[in-house]
Design a protein. Structure first.
Length: 465
């Protein structure tokens, strides 16, 4: 009895060596065969041969050599030959299908590669994205803050306040200008993108940077300016009318001005309409920019007046804000009066036992219940869900704003009438300054001719000589 291992197959000299390549070891080999494939020797077999199966495979150790039965060789050779024949037959039929699958797979790989690269650049750039958990009206949040985006945001805010806000109080975020076309960009889109410096990671994705970063910031700034303007007008209105006994005529504060809108030439002949125009500019329209900003502008342009700063959009927006919010402001004044009267009655009925007699301090209610529940004419309900990039104004309010803007555009286009309004403005300011009870916020600059002063000095010098 000789000992043999599977390693001896490579060195044996027999006709069976020709069929060595046909022997295939499947994946479900025995542990001894797996160890042999990994280079580990299996235990040696000694003793007599054993029969396996009825007709089966016989393996014996004869003279130190391993023998395999003929039936096993024939079955293995037939199986491998059948597989080779079937593969040759199917290769010609599946060649076209394989090429088609390769093209589809390559196309899908290219798409996934481009999408992965785009998302990676978007994440690395620290751009702006919108999601349900965002803060603010526009649902905007900054993530992975990039200095380039912060600089662009500040530049956009300044550009909107300086060039867009004076002429556009509302922006409808739909249409061709809401999409950035790199080849032929819309004039508005090109103007907005001129304020930003595109990050390096967004080269080739200008349209995404415009839609996901630039427009939300423009909308956010305009929305903030609108809100600040309404707050400023509310303070002015309450300060002016908190001592009024009746509010019946408040709604007709600018009725005479609108009655002459069909014929602006008759504006100069109507002192009531002209005075209402000056009140609109002095108290409300000036808050579009802020009184401090207007005083700074007048100091740099001493030969001009406040009317030179106004635009048709400023006058129209000031008037529609007054028409929409004055019922709410009146309700706030009335509610404040009722609270003060109630506190006074409670104090008289049960005065406090201290020396002052003022009674216990009570918390002041910040928001009027009546004003909070009031439905306004042109703006949506506060409880109503805001639309992304929406302005919060009703369609009829936007139409009325466009109507008023066209009316005041006709007034500013009428050069003689508008010049007469500028001349009357100076008299209006002088009257405000003569009234000791009112502190006029508009500065007055007197320009003195330098040539006259020089001639006067020369003449006085000649007389002395």
């Amino acid at each position: 009895d000789g000992s043999c291992t599977l390693n001896n197959i490579d060195t044996m000299q027999s006709p069976l060596a020709a069929f060595k390549k046909l022997l295939q070891y499947p994946s479900n080999n025995t542990p001894q065969q797996q160890q042999h494939e990994q280079g580990t020797a299996t235990p040696q077999h000694t003793g007599k041969s054993k029969n396996r199966g009825a007709g089966g495979e016989m393996m014996a150790s004869i003279g130190g050599k391993k023998m395999i039965s003929t039936s096993s060789i024939s079955s293995l050779s037939f199986q491998n030959g059948a597989e080779e024949l079937s593969s040759n037959c199917s290769s010609s039929n599946s060649s076209k299908r394989q090429q088609h699958d390769e093209v589809s797979l390559q196309r899908h790989i290219n798409f996934l590669t481009a999408e992965n690269e785009r998302l990676r650049m978007l994440a690395d750039s620290g751009g702006s994205r919108t999601h349900r958990g965002g803060m603010g009206k526009n649902k905007q949040s900054m993530y992975m803050a990039d200095p380039a985006n912060i600089t662009n945001k500040v530049a956009l805010y300044k550009g909107v306040a300086a060039t867009i806000w004076p002429f556009f109080k509302f922006l409808h975020f739909r249409g061709r200008w809401a999409v950035y076309d790199k080849q032929q960009p819309h004039a508005f889109a090109a103007h907005v993108m001129s304020y930003v410096e595109l990050p390096e990671s967004f080269k080739g994705f200008e349209h995404q940077y415009y839609e996901k970063f630039a427009l939300p910031n423009v909308s956010s700034k305009i929305s903030t300016l609108r809100s600040n303007f309404v707050t400023a007008c509310r303070k002015v209105f309450i300060k002016r009318h908190r001592s009024c006994l009746s509010f019946e005529l408040v709604g007709t504060s600018f009725a005479a001005l609108l009655s002459t809108s069909n014929d602006w030439d008759a504006l100069h002949d109507s002192s009531a309409a002209l005075n209402q125009l000056y009140n609109l500019i002095y108290y409300y329209a000036s808050e579009v920019y802020g009184r401090t900003a207007i005083r700074t502008w007048l100091k740099a342009n001493q030969e001009r007046s406040v009317l030179d700063k106004m635009t048709a959009s400023d006058l129209a927006f000031a008037l529609i804000v007054f028409e929409n919010y004055y019922p709410k402001w009146v309700a706030e004044i009335q509610d404040t009066r009722e609270q003060e009267q109630r506190r006074h009655d409670d104090h008289v009925a049960d005065p406090h036992d201290d020396e002052t007699g003022k009674g216990p301090p009570k918390k002041k209610r910040k928001t009027s219940v009546t004003a909070a529940s009031m439905t306004l004419k042109y703006t949506q309900d506060q409880k109503q869900k805001k639309v992304y990039l929406g302005c919060g104004w009703k369609p009829e309010g936007l139409k009325h704003y466009e109507y008023l803007q066209n009316l005041f555009a006709g007034l500013l286009a009428n050069v003689p009438v508008w010049q007469n309004c500028k001349d009357g403005w100076d008299l209006y300011i002088e009257e405000k300054k003569r009234n000791d009870d009112i502190k006029c916020w508009v500065p007055t600059y007197h320009i003195q001719c330098v040539d006259n002063i020089y001639d006067g000095e020369n003449s006085s010098g000649e007389e002395e000589g």
